[in-house]
Design a protein around this ligand. Structure first.
Ligand code: CMC
Length: 434
């Protein structure tokens, strides 16, 4: 028996007749939020919400999503405008500081990030501790966690300057770590960053140059890469961001928190989906097999899901997927790939899924990962690196959210409760009596 009364939500226990007034908080846009912070203390009950589908874990001013309308805003700016007009480092500045930089601020920020891209020389030895066939996400988890062992001078989380230095280091060094993880896996020497290149160009250079041959950066490809980075830069309180916040809520250092975020991102239901899309397309193989796989995806007794479809929040077209679809065609056009069987397969799958009653009813649209994998493949990035690239892009979102959390005076250590269904207290039975 609940009713909303202007800015108060009244909760009534039908069994006892007791009722409580819960404050309703208003966001700048989006639905109002019932403040349940005193619920347990006042009512002796707490809420049950696995997957947090109805729970706001924090206040935030960074990113806004309207999943029904397919809207994504970074600090109020629509994602399509940023993807079209901005660039990744400008978007990083926006996410970190809340406003677009003026020309001086932008040039200083670009210069500062560019001059933090090198890794401590000792990391070479660290990389060599991994097996050559290690998944690059495993390497990323380890190496990013290890940054805290190398950069002791920026670990005081209560010092805003330290926090900013760590943030810059993370944004700047992630592409270097990602490219080195790739080079290590293929047995090529590490390629050092170049300060005359843009963020995206430098990443492609570190991935594809060799000491024997310079990599000539193709502007269409670096533009597509930059756009992918913008589109993945932040996404509100998703699993990995919530992981970063939860890890950080205990006072852990930022490098450890971002390593935790990387681990969470790795799963196929989250950042691992772009790699899973390609694996799935390869498994489907030909357009003729699509119906069989769509049927499998609809079968409740079959764990198979169409990778790259559906989203926890978007129940409409993912606005990032729209931009990505266009980029995908630009890249394939530039590279002269007019007859890519995987793309044909992807397009046929997209069409069938968009028309199929099961997908339409459940509002399962293609998500951003559906197209990003195809672009990465066309650029020559191997599948095992797809989620790594997502991590590179998302680092700015994680670190911005982490900074926001530390600055929030209402922030507490994250500590959810549980609905306990186990045994009540019982006496220990000695081994010879069991
Ligand atoms: N294929 C087939 N059925 C699906 C799919 C799918 N990809 N996604 C959801 N469903 C069905 C699901 O079985 C359920 O059906 P019913 O109502 O009959 O039980 C209904 O749609 C609602 O699904 P849900 O699992 O309750 O939705 P969720 O919000 O818990 O899951 C998701 C969201 C992204 C985990 C899920 O859609 C999924 O597993 N998609 C494939 C993986 C993927 O592409 N992930 C990338 C997400 S975008 C990148 C990111 O932001 O990390």
């Amino acid at each position: 028996m609940n009713q909303k009364n202007s800015n108060i939500f009244i909760l009534t226990n039908n069994a006892t007749g007791d009722s409580w007034e819960l404050p309703v908080l208003e966001g700048s846009v989006g639905p109002d939020v019932i403040d349940v912070r005193r619920l347990y203390a006042d009512t002796d009950h707490f809420t049950y919400d696995p997957g947090f589908t109805s729970t706001g874990s924090c206040k935030s001013k960074i990113t806004y999503i309207d999943g029904d309308e397919g809207v994504l805003l970074y600090r109020g700016y629509p994602i399509d405008q940023l993807a079209d007009k901005s660039d990744y480092l400008e978007t990083c500045y926006l996410l970190l500081y809340g406003e677009l930089p003026n020309p001086e601020e932008k040039s200083k920020f670009v210069n500062d990030i560019t001059h933090h891209t090198m890794l401590h020389e000792q990391f070479n030895a660290f990389f060599h501790g991994f097996r050559r066939d290690a998944h690059p996400m495993a390497v990323m988890c380890g190496v990013v966690g290890a940054l805290s062992a190398f950069y002791h001078d920026s670990l005081d989380i209560n010092d805003p300057h330290h926090r900013m230095v760590s943030s810059y280091r993370l944004i700047a060094k992630m592409p270097t770590i990602a490219a080195q993880a790739f080079k290590y896996s293929i047995g090529q020497p590490f390629i050092q960053p170049r300060n005359d290149l843009s963020f995206a160009e430098n990443f492609l250079h570190m991935m594809f140059a060799t000491p024997a041959e310079e990599y000539k950066v193709n502007k269409t490809l670096s533009k597509a890469m930059d756009r992918i980075l913008i589109l993945h830069a932040d996404h509100e309180q998703n699993a990995s961001t919530s992981t970063v916040r939860l890890a950080g809520s205990s006072g852990a250092n930022p490098f450890a928190c971002i390593a935790a975020g990387i681990a969470s991102l790795w799963g196929p239901a989250h950042g691992g989906a772009n790699e899973a899309v390609l694996t799935m397309l390869n498994e489907i193989g030909t357009v003729d097999n699509i119906n069989k796989y769509v049927k499998k995806a609809k079968d409740k007794d079959d764990p198979f899901r169409l990778m790259g479809f559906g989203h926890r929040v978007y129940k409409n077209f993912d606005p990032r997927a729209k931009v990505m679809q266009q980029s995908c065609h630009e890249v394939l056009g530039e590279l002269g790939i007019t007859n890519e069987p995987l793309l044909d397969l992807a397009m046929a799958l997209e069409k069938i899924a968009l028309e199929d009653e099961y997908f339409v009813e459940r509002k399962l649209y293609p998500n951003v990962d559906f197209y990003s994998g195809i672009i990465f493949k066309a650029i020559g990035i191997p599948e095992s690196m797809f989620t790594v690239l997502f991590a590179v892009a998302r680092t700015v979102g994680w670190i911005s959210q982490w900074n926001e959390m530390i600055e929030d005076p209402t922030q507490k250590i994250g500590r959810p409760r549980q609905l306990y269904l186990g045994e009540d207290v019982r006496d220990y039975i000695p081994l010879d009596k069991r």
